[in-house]
Write a protein that binds this ligand. Structure first.
Ligand code: GDG
Length: 504
C-alpha cells in the first residue's frame, strides 16, 4: 500500500484551512510527552522555551488555527508558576490561541514511566540496534499509572464535546484503550514515531498483550512506513486473538476496528530553506568556517541526539578507515560531529557517551598533526540557527543510524541546501531512505562500505550533486510536515465510522 497522497502542495495555511473544515464541531486534543511551550526558572527569571521538534512544528499551527487543547508533561522548572491550578495556560503566551494543559508527574513517575519503561524498555525493544531492553515491573506500573493520569486529563478536557484525540508516540501505548472506554464519542488516532519491530523481537516483552490491547483502542494507528505497519499486523496476528483484515489494512479486535496507515513524517521545508538562505546564516557560516579552519577542507557533518541507535561509533570508525585508506585526505578532511546530550540519566546513554568520546580521542590522536585534527566533537545542544549554518557549510551530511523510524536530519539537510550542493550519505535502516534514494545509501554495520561512500561523496562532480539534490529537494518540498499532519487528520476523519456514538 502506498502512502495516501494529495494532489497539491501543503503549506501551513492549507493545513489550517483543511483541518478546520474537516474537524467541524469536534474539539481537537493533542497528547504528547513533550510540551510545545516550556517555562524555565533561572535565578528568579522565567524564560519561555519552545522545545524544537517536528511534531511541534506541524501541530502548533493547527492548534493555533483551530483552537483546542494540547496535553503534555509539565517538565519545566517554571511550569507550575506559569499555569493555573489545573495546569492550564493559554498559548502562545503573547497571542493566546489554544490551551496547554500541563500534567504534573512526581520524580518517581517520571523515572519509571519516561526513563524506565518508555526509554529503557520500549525504545530498545522497537529499535533493532542490539541494545537489550530492560523490563522492570515497577517501571511498567508507573507507565500504566501515568497513562491513566493522562487519560483523566483527556476526559476532563473533552467534556461532553465530540473530540478528535491525536496521540503522539510510544509513551502512550495504553492510552487509546482507556480513552475508547471513557470517551465513546471520541475519535482516537495515534502516530508511532519509532519503528515497530518484527514479532520475534517484540515477543520478549512481558507486557506485550497489554500493549497491543492498548494500541488497538485507536481508530487509526499510523507509522512512518509500510514495513512498520506490516510488522505491527504480523505481531498482532502472532500474539492475540484479533483478525487482521489485509484488504482494508485494518485489525478487528473484539468490537473495535483499528486502521493502520503509513504516513511518513517530514520537515517544514519552506522555513528550513528560508533559514538556509538567510544573510544571518551566511554570516554564521563564515564564522564557523574560520573557527574550525575549514579553508580547503572536505567537510563532513553529523547532527544527532547522542543515542546508541544513531550509529555514531560506526561513523567514527568509517572515518578512521577512510583516512587510513585515502592518505590524500589527511589534513584535507574534517568531520564536524554535533551530538546533543540526551536521556543522560540512563546507563546505556552514559556508556555511549563515553564510547564516542574515547573513539574521537583515539582517532584524533592517530592522525593529528600540528595544524590539524580530523574530528571536531561538539557535545552540546546548539541553537537551531547554528545547526542551519552547519548544514549549509557541509560537503557531506552523514546519517548512519542502526535503525531509525524516519530521521529528520536527512530531510533538514536537503531542505537547507537551495544552493543544490552537498551529498547525503544515508543509512538504509532509516525510514527516510525509502523516500531518499538519490542519497548514497549505506549499511552502517559495514565500515568499509561507509569509508568507500565518503570517498565517492567527496569525489562527486558538481553536476551529479545537483542532479541528486534537486530530486531529493523536490520530494521533501512536496512531502512536507504539513502534508504529514493534514494526511493523518484527514485519514482519521475519513476512515472513522459515521456515527461516533457507536464506539466501534
Ligand atoms: C524520533 C524518531 C523520527 C539534533 N541535535 C540538535 C538538534 N537536533 C535535532 C535535529 C532533528 C532532531 O533533533 C532529531 O530528529 P530525528 O528524526 O533525527 O530523531 P529522534 O529525535 O530520534 O526522533 C525519528 C522523529 O522522531 C520524528 O518522527 O524521525 O526516527 O527516532 O530535528 O535537527 N537541534 C538543535 N540543536 C542540536 O544540537 N537545535
Amino acid at each position: 500500500m502506498t502512502p495516501v497522497t494529495l494532489d497539491r502542495l501543503w503549506s501551513e495555511e492549507a493545513l489550517r484551512e483543511r483541518v478546520r473544515a474537516l474537524l467541524g464541531p469536534r474539539k481537537l486534543i493533542v497528547v504528547s510527552n513533550r510540551e510545545p511551550y516550556m517555562h524555565v526558572e533561572n535565578a528568579g527569571d522565567l524564560t519561555l522555551i519552545r522545545p524544537a521538534s517536528g511534531v511541534t512544528t506541524a501541530l502548533d499551527p493547527v492548534l493555533r488555527a483551530c483552537g483546542g487543547t494540547w496535553i503534555a508533561h509539565g517538565a519545566g522548572s517554571g511550569d507550575r508558576e506559569t499555569a493555573d491550578a489545573q495546569g492550564h495556560l493559554a498559548v502562545p503566551p503573547d497571542r493566546p490561541a489554544y490551551t496547554l494543559r500541563r500534567v504534573w508527574l512526581t520524580k518517581e513517575e517520571e523515572a519509571g514511566y519516561y526513563y524506565g519503561f518508555a526509554n529503557e524498555a520500549l525504545w530498545p525493544l522497537c529499535h533493532v540496534a542490539y541494545t537489550r531492553p530492560v523490563f522492570r515491573r515497577e517501571d511498567w506500573e508507573h507507565y500504566a499509572a501515568v497513562n491513566a493520569k493522562f487519560a483523566s486529563a483527556v476526559v476532563e478536557e473533552a467534556g461532553d464535546a465530540p473530540a478528535f484525540v491525536f496521540l503522539q508516540d510510544y509513551h502512550f501505548a495504553l492510552l487509546p484503550r482507556l480513552l475508547r472506554q471513557a470517551l465513546p464519542n471520541a475519535l482516537i488516532a495515534q502516530f508511532w514515531h519509532i519503528p515497530w519491530p518484527n514479532p520475534e523481537a517484540f515477543r520478549i516483552c512481558p507486557w506485550k498483550h497489554e500493549i497491543l490491547d492498548g494500541l488497538l483502542g485507536n481508530h487509526l494507528l499510523a507509522f512512518h512506513i509500510q514495513y512498520q505497519c506490516n510488522n505491527f499486523i504480523d505481531t498482532v496476528d502472532r500474539e492475540i486473538e484479533a483478525r487482521p483484515d489485509r484488504e482494508r489494512f485494518a485489525i478487528s479486535y473484539g468490537q473495535s476496528l483499528t486502521y493502520l496507515r503509513p504516513v511518513p513524517i517530514s520537515v517544514d521545508f519552506a522555513s528550513l530553506e528560508a533559514r538556509g538562505e538567510a544573510p544571518e546564516t551566511a554570516a554564521l557560516q563564515e564564522r564557523l568556517h574560520r573557527r574550525h579552519r575549514l579553508q580547503g577542507k572536505a567537510v563532513a557533518l553529523g547532527v544527532d541526539r547522542l543515542d546508541y541507535t544513531k550509529g555514531i561509533p560506526e561513523r567514527l570508525r568509517a572515518v578512521d578507515r577512510f583516512l587510513g585508506r585515502h592518505p590524500r585526505f589527511r589534513e584535507r578532511f574534517v568531520l564536524l560531529q554535533i551530538a546533543a546530550p540526551s536521556r543522560i540519566h540512563i546507563p546505556e546513554y552514559k556508556r555511549i557517551s563515553q564510547e564516542v568520546a574515547t573513539l574521537v580521542d583515539e582517532i584524533n590522536w592517530r592522525y593529528k598533526t600540528d595544524r590539524w585534527s580530523p574530528i571536531v566533537y561538539i557535545n552540546e545542544h546548539l541553537p537551531s540557527d547554528i545547526v542551519a549554518a552547519y548544514y549549509r557549510l557541509a560537503d557531506v551530511c552523514l546519517v548512519t543510524s542502526l535503525h531509525d523510524g524516519m530521521n529528520l536530519v536527512a530531510k533538514e539537510f536537503v531542505a537547507n541546501r537551495s544552493d543544490r550542493r552537498g551529498v547525503l550519505i544515508l543509512s538504509r535502516f532509516t525510514g527516510s531512505s525509502r523516500e531518499m534514494e538519490e542519497a548514497l545509501l549505506v549499511n552502517p554495520y559495514d565500515v568499509d562500505g561507509m569509508a568507500d561512500a565518503l570517498a565517492i561523496a567527496f569525489d562527486m562532480s558538481v553536476g551529479e550533486q545537483e542532479r541528486r539534490m534537486d530530486r531529493l529537494r523536490s520530494r521533501v518540498r512536496e512531502f512536507n510536515v504539513f502534508r504529514w499532519a493534514g494526511t493523518l487528520i484527514e485519514e482519521a476523519l475519513r476512515l472513522a465510522p459515521g456515527d461516533r456514538g457507536s464506539g466501534a
